[in-house]
Design a protein. Structure first.
Length: 177
């Protein structure tokens, strides 16, 4: 598979989880918020920290550190919530796309960065049973790599069902920007 098929050159919002730098295609990002009060929702998976009120809409908040097997995100002056729009499929046959608006809790947002296709390597294949389909590629930046996420694939169908219970899925026709 060619690198261009894995991740395209473009602009990516970079953010930090623990000591690692991740990124997401800027076209998936609605906005970045300072940490705010998160209302806990009973019986949600641990990585769903709760929900926030975003302009009178209920938006679920995912702790990406927990989702990736790290320790829970601790609130600091740099902690942010990235509001992203995730494509969850659904009414594709009818031509309608369902989008899930969700908040992603991260340690810190860094910058919007241009990453050229020549600087993107395929995701590493590190053994059998390790799922890396949510990684589009590895962007080279100096001596470091930036993990480029496919935010649409970060969440499994079971995750989507859990999040839908918090009111985070909407039709693309209802989407406000």
């Amino acid at each position: 598979m060619a690198v261009a098929e894995i991740a395209e050159a473009g602009q990516y919002l970079t953010f930090q989880l623990n000591e690692e730098v991740f990124s997401v295609d800027i076209s998936k990002v609605r906005e970045v918020l300072e940490f705010t009060t998160i209302t806990k929702v009973p019986r949600m998976p641990e990585y769903i920290r709760g929900a926030i009120n975003l302009r009178d809409s209920v938006v679920p908040v995912i702790d990406l550190r927990i989702k990736f097997g790290m320790a829970m995100t601790e609130k600091t002056i740099n902690t942010c919530i990235i509001i992203v729009e995730v494509d969850v499929g659904g009414g594709i046959a009818s031509g309608e796309r369902n989008k899930m608006v969700t908040g992603v809790l991260v340690d810190a947002v860094q910058e919007v960065m241009d990453i050229e296709s020549k600087d993107i390597e395929p995701a590493p294949g590190i053994g059998i049973g390790l799922k890396t389909e949510f990684i589009k590629g590895m962007g080279k930046h100096g001596d470091h790599f930036i993990i480029i996420l496919d935010i649409d694939k970060v969440f499994s169908s079971m995750d989507i069902l859990g999040i839908q219970g918090t009111g985070g899925v909407e039709s693309s026709e209802d989407t406000e920007v």
